[in-house]
Write a protein of this length. Structure first.
Length: 316
């Protein structure tokens, strides 16, 4: 069986001013030729530092931002070529959960209304059984009937995120995209929400893209991992391969940091990075002049691939 989601050569660029007082602009490649597959029932973890392009990629997959180039196939349908009406019909099958649950919920609507709307709109429930369906969703995300008449401001951050997750699940999607869903929560609550995602993965047999800067969280929930740096994939593979045998210097640095090791990276000041060079050149201890002028492509196997001239030999 082929992949449920297939992304090929996806690109998204922005032009921004170099300084607040200058009219000169520079091009930011937020998503740079990203390619990956996601199979049904699997979870792909996407990790990287702030500014690596994780959230932009998520928004492009949801078509909240239109990619400049590339292909997004969902069950063999190219989303970028679908007519608007056909795209609307598919939207219920792809849902996203954002970092801030308060901004993703309407502050004027009670929990019952927030959960019943998608059920009625997509005709998953009717007026006769919508109450029962809403209560079922609440139970699925670890809340009880006491929350039905509460407004978002009357709940804690963790409770609001549970409601946001429930709302995303209400349309019975095939793919759930979680964009830093626990980063705004207290550490004690984070573990509860992560366990909820694990339960959802098992109970609903749903495919997920889980985005986080925390590798420990991604390792706990993901089957495969994709490591982003400045919009490009630097390493990709199965969870165990990435954590037990990381080969890209950036991945190794992220793993050390996640294990509590203090990592300092001295950026090179010599040489001029061109658009054709490796984006990690200035931070890489292994880099030479060849890395400065030519960007590496992903090489390896489906189990483990890396974009690094110096590290590729470790995959052989």
């Amino acid at each position: 069986m082929g992949p449920m989601l297939s992304v090929s050569e996806l690109e998204k660029t922005y032009e921004v001013r170099k300084t607040a007082f200058s009219n000169k602009k520079t091009t930011i490649r937020a998503v740079d030729r990203i390619t990956f597959d996601l199979h049904k029932g699997k979870t792909l973890g996407i990790v990287g530092e702030s500014g690596s392009g994780k959230s932009t990629l998520a928004r492009c997959l949801m078509l909240l931002e239109k990619p400049d180039n590339g292909v997004i196939k969902f069950f063999d349908q190219d989303l970028l070529k679908l007519r608007e009406q056909n795209l609307k019909n598919l939207r219920k099958d792809i849902q996203i959960i954002f970092q801030d649950p308060y901004s993703s919920l309407n502050p004027r609507k009670k929990v019952f209304n927030a959960l019943s709307e998608p059920l009625l709109f997509h005709q998953i429930a009717n007026r006769l059984n919508v109450d029962e369906k809403v209560v079922e969703i609440l139970h699925n995300v670890g809340l009880d009937e006491d929350f039905l008449n509460k407004y978002p401001h009357e709940m804690s951050g963790g409770q609001r995120q549970r409601v946001a997750i429930g709302r995303a699940l209400a349309s019975e999607p095939s793919l759930l995209i979680a964009d830093e869903p626990v980063s705004s929560l207290d550490v004690s609550i984070q573990a509860q929400i992560i366990n909820l995602f694990v339960d959802i993965k098992k109970g609903f047999k749903i495919s997920m893209i889980f985005i986080s800067h925390d590798l420990n969280i991604v390792r706990f929930i993901s089957d495969d991992i994709l490591v982003l740096y400045k919009g490009s994939i630097v390493e990709m593979g199965s969870r165990d391969e990435i954590f037990l045998h990381p080969v890209h210097p950036y991945t190794q640095m992220l793993i050390k940091a996640s294990q509590g090791e203090f990592c300092t990276v001295q950026e090179k000041t010599d040489g001029a990075i061109t658009d054709n060079g490796c984006k990690y050149y200035r931070r890489c201890e292994l880099a030479d002049h060849f890395c400065e002028v030519k960007a590496p492509n992903l090489q390896g196997t489906q189990e483990h691939s890396v974009a690094c001239f110096k590290a590729t030999r470790h995959l052989i």
